[in-house]
Design a protein around this ligand. Structure first.
Ligand SMILES: Nc1ncnc2c1ncn2[C@@H]1O[C@H](COP(=O)(O)OP(=O)(O)OP(=O)(O)O)[C@@H](O)[C@H]1O
Ligand SMILES: [Mg+2]
Length: 430
């Protein structure tokens, strides 16, 4: 640990929460300082919690180019460890704190959903947290293959004495409590490898969250999640789709196309090294020919001083447009073939680094035939590099989610600050 860092950063009313996003392009660690106080708050017109509120400020961030991660999954432990170490060290220096715990996100094609239900007899007069905990435990007790792990158990509804459609049964009266839940699982090896990489850097993993659930915290409103929305995170290696309705995630898919495919196309099409192609894409890229000036010229190839030249920007965009069309067509296929299109009443929210390319939202709207907006991390303050940048939506969400969990914990514990053992109640009710 470098000399001079503040060692114990949790005080009575403030806490440091670190989000660690191990992506296929970048590994980034973002340090949030959360202060909590007894202040009722409304968000989107909905009273969130009775008496407490958090204020989150980003006080530092560090990132390193990603190595050892492919399509969201660790393929090389040593390289991933190195990238995490670098990102953490930079974040520690930027924030002036020592980082010991992190919240991580997980994604990839290995994520699966299982529907399950449970039932318990209610002995008390009134249903309380304990009964809810028991019925959810009963619902989660399904046979999970040994190579899979439960990431989340999300109740979709409860029934009391056969009366279904209840969203929160607490304080209600009945003798038979049933819960319908959706269990989100992941490959145990994927989670364990990521945790192992963190441990090798000396970090304790507080929570592993299915990434879109975290990202949603940063970019979606509660209204959107209730009405029906598709959250599409276009990263470097993958595009993660997650569908929300009635306040919870109900479907997700991972498409193995991302920003790196755009860069590869540019590298091949313009005969440039990958690094140079990445620069040209970020600097001059656009997904639609109709949005640029046909006469505009751009400089390319300046990494090698002898080969710098000027080309028409249309040459670049002619390469990028078909890839963008392909990507949004794949997304549409997933929505239409599975009959999910009709659930998206609040439209589509695009996030991830690749949506920084000009025209992505316009093209998405044309192809998907749904209203589209770009989702930037909201609900936090501080570093401008992070706040408002779609590439940091997932990592910001990890911080927001953990802060939210702590807040619920605090509510359940009658106001006592930040319990170290997470209550099983977390995440069940909003
Ligand atoms: N201004 C820009 N224009 C076009 N593309 C951009 C721009 N800025 C970043 N990108 C692209 O965004 C991608 C990285 O996005 P992001 O940081 O969300 O990925 P990641 O989280 O590391 O990857 P993944 O989520 O796939 O694991 C890269 O392909 C990068 O080229
Ligand atoms: Mg990502």
């Amino acid at each position: 640990m470098p000399f001079g860092f503040i060692k114990d950063v949790t005080t009575k009313n403030s806490k440091i929460i670190v989000g660690l996003d191990v992506g296929s392009t970048k590994v980034c660690a973002v340090v949030g300082e959360v202060t909590t106080g007894p202040r009722p708050q409304k968000r989107d017109g909905v009273e969130k919690l009775s008496g407490y509120d958090s204020n989150i400020q980003i006080i530092g961030a560090g990132y390193a180019p990603s190595k050892g991660i492919k399509k969201g999954v660790v393929i090389n432990i040593e390289q991933t460890v190195e990238a995490i170490r670098e990102a953490i060290q930079k974040a520690e220096e930027a924030a002036g704190v020592e980082i010991r715990t992190v919240n991580i996100g997980i994604t990839g094609r290995h994520i699966g959903y299982i529907a399950s239900q449970g039932v318990v007899a209610v002995k008390e007069k009134e249903i309380g947290n304990r009964e809810v905990e028991l019925v959810i435990d009963a619902a989660r007790a399904v046979a999970i293959p040994f190579d899979r792990e439960i990431l989340h158990v999300i109740p979709s509804e409860f029934a009391i004495n056969g009366q279904s459609g209840i969203t929160d049964p607490r304080s209600m009266v009945g003798v038979r409590l049933e819960a319908r839940v959706q269990i989100i699982t992941g490959a145990a090896s994927a989670t364990q490898n990521l945790i192992k990489c963190c441990q090798k850097v000396g970090l304790e993993v507080v929570d592993v969250v299915f990434q879109p659930i975290a990202t949603a915290e940063a970019v979606l409103t509660l209204d959107e999640r209730d009405t029906g929305v598709a959250l599409i995170d276009i990263g470097g290696g993958t595009t993660d789709m997650a569908l929300f309705q009635e306040g919870r995630i109900f479907h997700s898919a991972v498409l193995e196309v991302g920003g790196a495919n755009f860069t590869n196309d540019v590298a091949i099409g313009l005969r440039l090294p990958f690094r140079e192609a990445e620069y040209v894409k970020k600097e001059h890229g656009c997904s639609m020919l109709s949005l640029i000036d046909r006469e505009e010229e751009i400089g390319i190839g300046f990494a090698d001083a002898n080969s710098g030249k000027r080309i028409l920007r249309t040459h670049l965009v002619e390469i990028l447009q078909p890839r963008a069309e392909e990507l949004f067509s794949l997304i549409k296929e997933e929505l239409v073939n599975r009959d999910l299109h009709k659930h998206m009443n609040a439209g589509v929210v695009l996030t991830g680094g690749s949506v920084l390319m000009k025209g992505m939202d316009v093209m998405a709207e044309n192809i998907l035939e749904l209203p589209v907006r770009i989702g930037k991390p909201a609900g936090i303050g501080g570093s401008e590099d992070v706040v408002g940048n779609p590439a940091y939506a997932a990592v910001s969400g990890l911080i927001l989610r953990e802060a939210g969990e702590n807040l619920k914990e605090q509510e359940l514990n009658g106001g006592s600050i930040f319990h170290s053992i997470k209550s099983k109640m977390n995440g069940w009710f909003r």
